[in-house]
Design a protein around this ligand. Structure first.
Ligand code: ATP
Length: 248
């Protein structure tokens, strides 16, 4: 569809077009479009910008990734479609491994998502040959690799479902989520819940990775100062304030 650049919702409309195109390529599932809609609603409430508590979470996330022994970035269809480049850049900067893990897993879809990441420059992508399972999860979405998700100590999960986030926490991992919904089970259980849109979140994590690298005291402080509950409360306050301002 030809969307004029002057349209006030140009970016959002283009993103929707991209996702529909990615459904056609087998990278995103139709239910992924519903997840995106839920995310958009929260983004609207936040004024479609990075709010202060999200930025603090992005700083804590960069610190946690930099101090990890085996950091892994877990990528699903929506994340690959929306921000392959941003996630690959973080993987290179930290450095961290990339593993594809799909809720609706089929061999064709795995291949489509991994090939898409490789076409965007990802060097090595784990997930084609799973050799472990995430305990406590039924179904093929538990499949993972020993080298990647299974043995990771810190894991970044953008646009994740709550079951898997809970199972990863139960494995003792530090989980960094990117999920605009401050109320999702994922955001509630994550060690660091980033309530921000994925492309803004990855750009900020990357910036903080550059800023914090080599500064051990700042890395420890960013992690120690962070609290899931405080962060989500501040997110709620920011949403309530901007809603109230709309009607004053
Ligand atoms: P949960 O299972 O964690 O309670 P859920 O059922 O909403 O949440 P999904 O349907 O798997 O989980 O959706 C994943 C989440 O990703 C949604 O809550 C949505 O807010 C979020 N999301 C969707 N698109 C984006 C995006 N572009 N950037 C950040 N977050 C997004």
């Amino acid at each position: 569809m030809d969307i004029p650049k002057s349209h006030p919702r140009y970016k959002s409309l283009m993103t929707r077009e991209l996702l529909v195109e990615m459904v056609g390529k087998g990278i995103v599932t139709p239910t992924g479009l519903i997840s995106h809609g839920r995310g958009e609603a929260y983004d609207y409430l936040m004024g479609e910008r990075t709010i202060a508590p999200a930025e603090r979470a992005e700083c804590a996330a960069a610190a946690m990734l930099l101090s990890a022994e085996n950091p892994v970035i877990c990528i699903n269809g929506n994340a690959a479609a929306l921000d392959a480049e941003g996630l690959i850049r973080i993987a290179e900067a930290v450095p961290a491994k990339i593993e594809v893990n799909l809720f609706h897993r089929t061999p064709d879809r795995m291949e489509a998502v991994i090939s898409h990441l490789e076409s965007k420059g990802a060097g090595s992508v784990l997930g084609r040959v799973p050799d472990e399972r995430i305990p406590g999860l039924e179904h093929d979405r538990a499949l993972c690799t020993r080298e990647g998700i299974w043995s990771s100590d810190v894991i970044l999960v953008p646009i994740e479902d709550g079951d898997r986030a809970e199972a990863l926490i139960a494995m003792g991992k530090k989980v960094i989520s990117i999920d605009l919904n401050l109320l999702s089970r994922t955001s509630r259980v994550a060690t660091v819940p980033i309530c921000d849109e994925i492309t803004r979140a990855t750009a900020n994590i990357l910036r903080f990775t550059d800023e914090l690298r080599g500064n051990r005291d700042a890395i420890i402080k960013a992690m120690d100062d962070f609290s899931n509950l405080e962060c989500r409360k501040e997110t709620l306050d920011a949403i309530c304030d901007s809603l109230r301002a709309e009607f004053e």
